[in-house]
Design a protein around this ligand. Structure first.
Ligand code: BEZ
Ligand code: FE
Length: 287
């Protein structure tokens, strides 16, 4: 019989988890056990702190459902989600970089025509986003589907409005033969991540800003190309350098230029002042 001591418990636990049948699972679990034990030793974890951590994890599970992913939010604010994105999408520097998906993407958004309005009359400053989807050599990618979603001009997604049931401020646009796309929407506002759960409770005990800078999400899943999940951020927006989920990248910050009433990029006209963002998405071919 092997007696457990403070000195040998890590080796014993690692040995046990190394028996996982799948070698990758064995690698993951033995490293996890080793790092957890090292962590506990480094901070000399007390029993009260261990219990508080267990209760925090329990609460994180209890508050999660199909609409709320508190564990993913925790991963986001720890910088883990963005680290995993970066390690797994080491794209050519010419390609548009990837960022976190976030919890608000929904499958099945309606496909709209070039320049059609995805804000459906919601209040806000009209915003046109247009450009080209191309490959690393600058060739246009026709027929590429851009799946967009964003918060409204109060900084809220529909699931955060008690009185909104239907999907809104989300749509798909397909590039034309020359690779061009054109989106009409309203300017988003920066927003706070949900602070009424265990992640918020933890953040409230720190000096961490709980805001994200104003952005629009894009997902491009084009056959033959690396899938791209990214955002465009408004240049000059608040919180660009303190994004609570570490999602900002310099290449994704674009000016939202003020335009006077008149002709708009969809070929129409606007009777009110509007904002224009131009961005060319560069996709990398799949290896
Ligand atoms: C978002 O941008 O929608 C988001 C991303 C991560 C955490 C919370 C929100
Ligand atoms: Fe968002």
């Amino acid at each position: 019989m092997q007696l457990v001591t403070e000195e040998n418990i890590t080796d014993l636990a690692v040995e046990r988890w190394a028996t996982a049948e799948d070698p990758r699972l064995a690698e993951l679990m033995t490293a996890l056990v080793r790092h957890l034990h090292d962590f506990a030793r480094e901070v000399r974890l007390t029993e009260a702190e261990w219990m508080a951590a267990m209760q925090w994890l329990t609460h994180t599970g209890q508050i999660s459902d199909e609409k709320r992913e508190e564990f993913i939010l925790a991963s986001d604010v720890f910088g883990l989600s963005m680290l995993v994105v970066q390690m797994n999408h080491r794209l050519d520097p010419r390609a548009t970089p990837a960022t976190v998906l976030g919890p608000f993407h929904i499958e099945g958004s309606p496909e709209l025509e070039y320049g059609a309005d995805m804000s459906q009359g919601l209040p806000g400053t009209p915003l046109f986003i247009s450009g080209v989807v191309k490959d690393l050599d600058g060739n246009a990618v026709p027929g590429a589907l851009l799946d967009l979603w964003q918060a409204d001009n109060e900084g809220l997604y529909e699931s955060q409005h008690a009185d909104v049931d239907e999907a809104r401020l989300r749509a798909k646009y397909r590039t034309r033969e020359d690779g061009t796309y054109c989106v009409r929407t309203v300017a988003p506002l920066g927003y706070t991540i949900p602070m009424d759960g265990p992640v918020g409770a933890l953040i409230s005990r720190t000096g961490i800003s709980h805001y994200r800078p104003a952005h629009v999400h894009f997902l491009l899943n084009v056959p033959g190309y690396e899938p791209l999940i990214t955002h465009l951020f408004q240049e000059g927006a608040e919180y660009l350098d303190s994004d609570v989920v570490f999602g900002t990248k310099a290449e994704l910050v674009v000016p939202f230029e003020h335009r006077e009433p008149g002709e708009t990029p969809d070929g129409g006209t606007s009777a009110e002042p509007w904002l224009e963002a131009r961005y060319d998405f560069v996709l990398q071919k799949q290896a």
